[in-house]
Design a protein around this ligand. Structure first.
Ligand code: SF4
Length: 210
């Protein structure tokens, strides 16, 4: 019996600028996958928790190529929700075969089951669990400045991942207390000699783009 073609649940596909992390400002085509294994109160992509539309790999690639016509860029970013909840391998392969670089944004709690050029890993409270395979794979650790985040947790990540991997503190946009706390934490981090720590704000929120 023939198996039905693999589909993935997709919320949206769009071209924009990468607003977060070390790739900030680079034109990127985003594929937002549905579903998440967390329910963070501060989540700014709650629309990805449910819903989405089942799409075949060829349909997703066709949409990516369509977005590429509007904004020719070499980068595709799989985001969510949590993209690793779905079987990503065929899509990742097809994206690479189409000639793109692949970034994946993840909360880091699940095994990285695919190959990517760039892993952005953002562990979440309350446990800030990081799958051991990300210790070396992560290109950057991005910590949203929440009520739970403190210097001890930052220090824990500094010990966990190589020093060349930056730890990025990202305040919640338009939350003054989070911005102030981020400033406090980066100063305290310097005083405690926590290396390669930086603060970055969300560019897309500033520019009011998707
Ligand atoms: S892990 Fe990310 S996508 Fe999932 S609920 Fe938390 S902030 Fe939202």
């Amino acid at each position: 019996m023939m198996r039905p073609p693999l589909t993935l649940k997709i919320v949206e596909i769009f071209a924009s600028l990468q607003g977060e992390g070390l790739r900030q400002g680079e034109p990127t085509i985003f594929v937002r996958l549905a579903g998440c294994n967390f329910r963070c109160s501060f989540c700014d992509t709650k629309k990805a928790w449910r819903g989405g539309q089942e799409k075949k790999i060829e349909e997703i690639i066709a949409e990516i190529l369509n977005e590429h016509k509007k904004l020719p860029t070499l980068w595709v970013c799989l985001t969510g929700g949590e993209p690793l909840l779905q079987p990503l391998r065929p899509l990742a392969r097809a994206i690479k075969e189409a000639g793109f670089y692949l970034q994946i944004e993840t909360n880091g709690s699940l095994k990285p089951s695919v190959l990517a050029d760039w892993w952005t890993v953002s562990p979440k409270p309350p446990d800030f669990y990081l799958h051991p395979e990300f210790k070396k794979k992560a290109k950057e650790i991005k910590l949203v400045v929440t009520r739970e985040l403190n210097l001890e947790i930052i220090r824990r990540f500094r010990r966990l991942v190589p020093e060349k991997t930056p730890i990025i503190l990202q305040p919640q946009s338009a939350r003054r207390w989070s911005e102030k706390k981020a400033l406090f934490l980066i100063k305290a981090g310097c005083q405690h000699q926590i290396k390669n720590l930086r603060l970055m704000i969300q560019l897309h929120r500033q520019l009011q783009i998707p």
